[in-house]
Write a protein of this length. Structure first.
Lengths: 219, 257, 221
């Protein structure tokens, strides 16, 4: 049993680039999933019945499916549905975005819905318009409740990017496992992969804790 | 009944120079007070003046930093097991009722006898039924706390404390969290208890109750007792400025009978 | 686009086997993580002084590292270290349990801490001992309060079994991959897989919701 850890150093450029792809995927997904989540949440809260039903169905569907299955399904269905040949990165991004949008929609809906109706009524009783009341009174309170959950979703998303490795997107998991296959240094590469994720994920998890403490809501 | 008449009874609780600190803040700065058998002692005063703190120190939910508390002639022990023995002889009723939500009213009242006194289930439930009848809630025995009104929950809480057959009952603002309509039903139960001769220490804002049912009233302010005496003195002829201020703040116009 | 369902009906036994493996893996790792998580939570609350930072490190590490990485490492790297060969199912079971137990431990802790301190005070006032209070008053309420979080964890457990396909565990996902590759009908096969997962997961989340709503008042003090 001999270990050659130098293989990690030898491939540090590739691993660094792959890490960058992972980060890019996370940022890009959130950039799509936050505004889309707001839209879907608004549909569920304020739109007329058929649209509400569609939005609810969307959320329920994508919260009850494994992401890895979504990735495969997107890989095979999207080219046919959109008639484009999408690169794996875009396919992976699409699957991630569909998934996270659903979770965000639920987060936004629950966050806004948790603000007592009396708050809105009190604001309007002061003479504010509904829009003013929502903007100045309801949303700031909702943001306090939403932010910690959003932070938690971000960390989950960061980890979930590893799943698009199955369709050969060159993020960290895929590249690390490729190097393993090429060099046969299984333990070293897999441990390095775990270590890199740990180094990136641990501070993020701690940050989420801090955010949750700071924005803790006491009734 | 005057204090003279009741003083022939034993001293159940004796507070001597009791001090309690939370960090740098002194919540109690030397409390001297006696509670005699059969007496109803009411602790009144502004919020934060230390009344509830003293009550929680009495059954050692909080530990004191100076002075002494004697219960039935002996200082409160330090040992946890011995303290549990002492707590069994005191009953406490909380402002937030603190009924156990996963148990029915009957089982809430029977919980003490079953778990602490190790009574058999049938025996404990019989006693519980008797106590629920005493507070007028026999028909609610199988209800969960969530299905009871505030006043009903508090009465169950009183029954739960009584089921332990305590020597003294401690009430920590028992009606402060209740709707005005339900305050009356709880105060009636407390008055009935007092009439039966139960020794009671009551932290309350219900001045009418203190005036009518209390045998001795202690006025708290900033961790000290500024005045204590029979209700007639405190409410009709207070001897200190602080007491007068406090009563006037409450809008106490005196009670016209 | 023609949808030819015969690929599903012709190979239903193959797919049904996958469903069985999914359920078995989910049930086994779910139960194991509940048990391990309980032990970990106890160690954190009542264990020796070194236990608390060790537990926190373990929990935070599992929050930082993806399930895929844990499973792959357990299946490929651990045998190299220990010299034992491992069946894919066993590796998946170990990896999933280790990952989920961290979350379970957090749920236990949060549940116990969420019970009002007034409940403990009221129990002390009756003269109960600390163990009696934990056993008879705090835990029953805490368990009710943990129910939604555990329901959510069960849902995650079932979804995470799909990741075990990466280490060749023959659960639904893997069986679907194989069938899709052989039949060249990925759309039908993967759509069917989606339907199956949805039919398993949707009742689970709804069911937990329903149960919680009926017992929620038992945990609310």
């Amino acid at each position: 049993m001999n270990f050659d850890w130098s293989v990690v150093g030898a491939h540090r450029d590739a691993l660094a680039a792959a890490t960058g792809t992972t980060v890019l995927l996370t940022v890009a997904t959130m950039a799509i999933a936050v505004p889309c989540g707001i839209v879907v949440a608004s549909l569920r809260l304020y739109a007329w019945a058929p649209l509400r039903a569609i939005a609810t169905a969307y959320v329920e569907l994508f919260r009850n499916l494994p992401l890895i299955l979504l990735v495969y399904w997107a890989f095979y269905v999207l080219p046919i549905a959109t008639d484009l040949g999408l690169p794996p990165f875009a396919t992976g991004l699409a699957a991630l975005a569909l998934n996270v949008t659903a979770y965000n929609a639920e987060t936004f809906r629950a966050g806004i819905g948790s603000i007592r109706r009396g708050q809105l009524e009190a604001a309007m009783a002061l003479g504010m318009s509904r829009a003013q009341a929502v903007r100045r009174i309801v949303l700031p309170q909702a943001v306090r409740r939403i932010l910690p959950v959003l932070a938690s979703t971000w960390v989950s998303l960061f980890k979930d990017t590893s799943l698009v490795s199955v369709i050969a997107v060159t993020e960290l998991a895929y590249v690390a496992m490729q190097i393993r296959a090429q060099t046969f240094r299984v333990l070293e590469m897999l441990t390095a992969m775990a270590a890199i994720y740990w180094l990136l994920g641990y501070p993020q998890a701690k940050l989420v804790d801090w955010i949750q403490r700071r924005y803790a809501v006491t009734e | 009944m005057s204090r003279r008449a009741k003083e022939s009874g034993a001293t159940i609780i004796r507070y001597r120079g009791v001090v309690k600190r939370y960090g740098a803040f002194e919540a109690l700065s030397g409390i001297d007070l006696d509670v005699h058998a059969g007496e109803v002692v009411c602790l009144i005063g502004p919020s934060g003046s230390g009344k509830s703190t003293l009550l929680r120190c009495t059954n050692a939910l909080e530990t004191i930093d100076g002075g002494a508390i004697e219960f039935e002639g002996a200082r409160l022990p330090r040992d946890e097991r011995a303290l549990r023995e002492v707590r069994r002889r005191m009953g406490m009723v909380f402002q937030s009722f603190e009924l156990f939500p996963h148990l029915t009213a009957l089982h809430n009242v029977a919980e003490g006898p079953r778990t602490v006194l190790r009574a058999r289930r049938a025996e404990a439930e019989d006693r519980a039924r008797a106590m629920l009848a005493k507070v007028g809630l026999s028909d609610k025995a199988t209800n969960y706390p969530a299905a009871l009104s505030g006043g009903q929950q508090q009465r169950v809480a009183i029954a739960r404390a009584l089921a332990m057959e305590p020597d003294v009952m401690l009430f920590d603002e028992p009606t402060s969290a209740l709707d005005p309509e339900t305050i009356g039903e709880v105060l009636s139960v407390m008055k009935a208890l007092a009439d039966e001769g139960m020794t009671m220490v009551v932290v309350t804002h219900e001045m009418t109750f203190a005036r009518r049912v209390g045998d001795w009233v202690a006025v708290f302010d900033a961790g000290r007792i500024v005045e204590q005496g029979p209700p007639r003195q405190i409410f009709d002829a207070p001897t200190t400025e602080r007491t007068r201020d406090f009563l006037s703040h409450l809008g106490w116009q005196g009670e016209t009978l | 686009m023609n949808f030819d369902l015969s690929v599903i009906t012709d190979h239903w036994r193959f797919l049904a086997y996958g469903i069985g493996v999914t359920i078995a893996l989910a049930a086994a790792s779910g139960a194991a993580s509940l048990a391990l998580g309980f032990v970990v939570a106890l160690a954190r609350l009542f264990g020796p002084r070194w236990a608390k930072p060790a537990v926190v490190l373990y929990i935070d590490s599992m929050r930082a590292v993806p399930v895929l990485v844990v499973l792959v490492w357990t299946f490929f790297a651990l045998p190299i270290l220990t010299g034992l060969t491992m069946l894919p199912f066993v590796a998946a079971l170990i990896g999933l349990t280790a990952h989920l137990a961290a979350y379970a431990a957090e749920i236990y802790r949060a549940g116990v801490e969420s019970v009002r301190p007034g409940q403990t005070r009221a129990s002390l006032a009756l003269g109960m001992s600390r163990t009696q209070i934990l056993r008879r008053i705090v835990m029953p309420q805490a368990l009710v309060r943990m129910l939604p979080a555990f329901g959510s964890l069960l849902s995650v457990t079932i979804k995470d079994t799909a990741i075990a396909s990466v280490i060749a565990v023959p659960e639904i996902m893997r069986q679907s991959e194989t069938l899709a590759g052989q039949s060249f009908q990925p759309i039908e096969v993967y759509s069917f897989a989606m339907l199956v997962y949805f039919l398993i997961l949707f009742p689970v989340t709804r069911g937990v919701d329903r149960i919680y709503r009926r017992v929620a008042h038992l945990g609310r003090s």
